[in-house]
Write a protein that binds this ligand. Structure first.
Ligand SMILES: Cc1cc2nc3c(=O)[nH]c(=O)nc-3n(C[C@H](O)[C@H](O)[C@H](O)COP(=O)(O)O)c2cc1C
Length: 412
């Protein structure tokens, strides 16, 4: 991506220290980052830290460098404004259209996407004043992230925690990639997402697994939640991904456990996104003790495999049988390679017909493609025969395009 001009506003909350990582990550991605703290923010983190991390001077008021008219110029020239953390007070001042410091002046003059990452005590977050302010900012086109749940200042825990810096940077980058705001269009929609690889046990220490990292499914869950959906994520093995803020995460191991979790949770859901790499086969026998390598035996044991249930096809069947009355969209994923019979799209079209889902997201897999990496591309095939190319970009950008398509399905 080209070098963009990003303003990182920092308000006076206990989580101001996390803004340092956001600034570092955006700077390391090659962007020009201008940090604008509030006066209160500087009680938590010194200006020297932000100046050193961003390589740019830091001011808080509108009466510094007046010849450059910074209270207007910085906002006008920005490609993105990120406010992290956004305090209850900062949200209120932004809603009121105040311009009593450099950050609020910048928010009034910015015409680029604006991302607020609120952080505050649970009582402040759920106060009607804050709820109204968040709704107003979203209605005006700003993206206001759902805070995470967890440890707050002091001994308190609950919703109101600033999401991890990686999550803020990921969503900031998504806004730059999209070039427009993320709509808040999934409010009231219950979404079930599966992600990651399953592990089929052979004995207490060994399993048959796959290379799925879970990144694409996590990105769909993250984008859905930030667009207002109520999201449950059934997560297989994901090699340590950070759980997305505002998402209910259920961890599972094997394909059978994933199937059980989908059966239990799908009746509530309006949308099912099956991004997990579910094993097609499992060992017929699971040894209760570790299978031993005997010193006197050069041979290796053979493993008999049996088929797992097809969870995606099962969900499609359950809907057809009337068991999922709320379900409006079922989305499958296909990681395909071409072969002597046909290319990736040939196999994907056959899979869509076989599975009967509403949308199939197709990735070509191979060396350095799709699995484990942060970027991806592919196609979306709809049951109505529409085929849409997914341009190369971050998995979060792909997720946002997939959610756009699900939004269109829900409207249709
Ligand atoms: C230790 C401490 C921690 C605070 N943490 C938060 C916070 O996480 N979120 C919040 O909205 N306000 C928090 N506040 C209150 C704000 O600092 C206060 O409302 C301030 O006026 C915010 O100014 P600003 O929005 O201009 O940065 C905290 C105050 C103190 C003393």
């Amino acid at each position: 991506m080209d070098r963009k001009r990003i303003v990182v506003g920092v308000a006076g909350g206990i989580a101001a220290y996390k803004a340092c990582t956001v600034v570092r990550q955006l700077t390391e991605a090659g962007h020009s980052v201008k940090v604008i703290p509030t006066e209160s923010a500087l009680k938590f983190i010194g200006a020297a830290t932000f100046e050193a991390l961003s390589g740019q001077p830091v001011h808080t008021g509108v009466f510094e460098n007046v010849d450059e008219v910074p209270h207007v110029r910085i906002g006008q020239q920005a490609d993105l404004v990120v406010v992290a953390p956004a305090t209850a007070d900062l949200l209120a001042r932004a809603v009121a259209g105040r311009a009593d410091d450099l950050l609020t002046g910048t928010l009034l003059t910015a015409r680029c996407p604006v991302l607020f990452a609120p952080a505050m005590h649970t009582e402040m977050w759920f106060h009607p004043a804050t709820t109204d302010n968040v709704a107003t900012l979203r209605r005006r086109g700003s993206v206001v992230l759902e805070p995470a749940s967890g440890r707050l200042t002091g001994a308190d825990t609950g919703p109101g925690r600033l999401p991890e810096a990686e999550e803020i940077t990921t969503l900031a980058t998504l806004l730059l990639e999209r070039g427009d705001a993320l709509p808040y269009d999934m409010a009231g929609v219950k979404v079930l997402v599966t992600a990651g690889g399953t592990r089929e046990p052979l004995d207490p220490v060994r399993f048959i697994g796959n290379r799925s990292s879970g990144k694409q499914g996590y990105a769909v869950a993250r984008v859905m939640a930030q667009r207002g959906a109520e999201v449950t994520l059934i997560a297989g093995n994901t090699s340590g991904l950070v759980d997305p803020a505002g998402v209910n995460v259920v961890h599972i191991g094997s394909a059978a456990q994933l199937g059980d979790a989908v059966s239990k949770l799908a009746p509530e859901a309006h949308v099912l996104v099956m991004a997990a790499a579910v094993a097609d086969f499992r060992p017929a026998q699971v040894a209760t003790a570790k299978i031993k390598k005997r010193a006197d035996d050069n041979g290796a044991p053979s493993v008999e495999l049996v088929r797992n249930d097809d969870v995606l096809a099962g969900a499609v069947r359950a809907r057809a049988d009337g068991q999922l009355p709320n379900m409006k969209a079922i989305v499958g994923f296909a990681a395909e390679t071409g072969d002597a019979n046909g290319d990736v799209l040939f196999h994907a079209r056959a899979k869509l017909a076989r599975k009967g889902c509403d949308l199939l997201v197709v990735n070509a897999v191979g060396e350095g493609r799709a699995f484990e990496v942060d970027h991806n591309d592919g196609w979306m095939l709809s049951a109505d025969g529409t085929e849409t190319a997914l341009e190369h970009g971050s998995k979060t950008l792909m997720a946002s395009r997939i959610v756009d398509a699900i939004g269109a399905l829900l409207k249709g």
